[in-house]
Design a protein around this ligand. Structure first.
Ligand SMILES: Nc1ncnc2c1ncn2[C@@H]1O[C@H](COP(=O)(O)OP(=O)(O)O)[C@@H](O)[C@H]1O
Ligand code: SF4
Ligand SMILES: [Mg+2]
Length: 345
């Protein structure tokens, strides 16, 4: 397998009135050609900003630094926006939650699709029109040729999302980044859009990064999942193992919040508290204020991301991973818990 994406120790910071916001705090991710990676975490975890940094879309005053950030072996750090567009513009495509952020309300969808094809693939008008129709057919738009003349506002949310996907795959990208592609849609349409993404990914063998705050969405699509929290990857491993044997307490809590894992009386577990902001970013483990296993050590020492001995390829950022032998004894020895909690900011 060839490495398509290789991000090492990425940091994205935004200066704010109250101090520096660490939106992405040391994220490392890799993706092989044709692989599907799910990035999961609550809103505000840094999922979108990580991918925006890759695309060169973090504007001033945001600061981006990393050890390296490579796409198909090419270094993207420090190159100009123009050079980056030339490198990744055709090979990486991104779709967003709101089709309206990428579709222009003033032009027909046919015009927008054809412009993309003419610009990137230098197709003539007739070929572009034929190709645009084929693309709309591929994304499941009925009566595709008669839809070319429609404006975005004449289509439903689900249909516009299909058009967005058609635009994204128009240039045969090697990597598609789908950022909460179904969050704005109702449940039946969500399933249809996910099915479509899955089909296109398989047919074309393209790599896919699927970003979502919903664990259920990635369970059937991703091969690997990175769980993000407060700008850090907390756990990263194969999807089946992550669901069967989560290693991080945050992953465990996200899984417990899935409707199908609810207790028989039907109550959903929720994670109390919120993702830390500029003022309440803990000195130790970022999840400590919300973790039911918090200890004195966790409050003082930020855990590093490390390999999980029992699960090859898995990584976890926790002093006491769930699968580690002797864990509860170690936690007990490192309490008193109440003091640890009171010491938190
Ligand atoms: N342009 C920006 N300026 C300042 N803060 C930002 C900007 N973009 C994102 N953020 C902040 O960065 C953090 C991570 O955001 P984001 O990556 O969008 O989270 P997610 O996609 O996981 O919901 C959030 O606290 C968000 O408010
Ligand atoms: S290091 Fe401690 S507080 Fe942090 S997630 Fe692990 S058990 Fe919880
Ligand atoms: Mg987001």
């Amino acid at each position: 397998m060839n490495m398509l994406l290789d991000i090492k120790d990425l940091h994205v910071e935004f200066p704010t009135q109250g101090g520096v916001l660490h939106a992405v705090d040391g994220v490392s991710l890799t993706l092989e050609e044709g692989e599907v990676l799910g990035i999961v975490g609550e809103s505000g975890s840094g999922k979108s900003v990580t991918m925006m940094a890759l695309m060169g879309l973090v504007g001033f005053p945001g600061r981006v630094r990393a050890d390296h950030m490579r796409f198909a072996g090419k270094e993207l750090l420090g190159i100009s926006d123009k050079a980056r567009r030339a490198l990744v513009g055709k090979e990486v495509a991104m779709i967003f939650q709101e089709p309206t952020t990428s579709l222009n309300p003033c032009f027909t969808i046919g015009f927008q699709l054809m412009e993309t094809l003419r610009l990137h693939l230098h197709l003539d008008r007739r070929t572009a029109k034929k190709r645009a129709t084929e693309l709309l057919e591929q994304v499941g738009i009925p009566a595709a040729s008669s839809r070319l003349g429609s404006y975005p506002h004449q289509l439903s949310g689900g249909m516009n999302q299909r058009v967005m996907i058609a635009m994204a795959i128009a240039c045969n990208p090697r990597l598609l980044i789908a950022d909460e592609p179904t969050t704005a849609l109702d449940v039946t349409i969500q399933a249809q859009i996910l099915d479509l993404l899955r089909e296109l990914q398989k047919e074309r063998g393209m790599a896919l990064v699927l970003i979502t705050h919903n664990m259920g969405v990635v369970s059937e699509m991703a091969q690997r999942i990175a769980v993000m929290y407060a700008g850090q990857v907390m756990e990263q491993q194969r999807v089946d193992r992550l669901f069967a044997n989560p290693q991080h307490p945050y992953t465990e809590a996200l899984l417990a919040a899935l409707p199908e894992r609810a207790a028989p009386e039907g109550r959903l577990a929720t994670i109390a508290g919120v993702v830390p902001g500029v003022h309440d970013r803990p000195a130790g483990c970022l999840f400590a204020p919300r973790c039911s296993y918090v200890t004195t050590k966790a409050c003082n020492v930020r855990p590093a991301l490390r390999a999980v001995a029992s699960q090859p390829g898995a990584e976890v950022r926790c002093h006491f991973p769930l699968g580690e032998p002797g864990r509860m004894a170690a936690i007990e020895a490192d309490r008193p818990r109440q003091q640890a909690v009171e010491a938190l900011p």
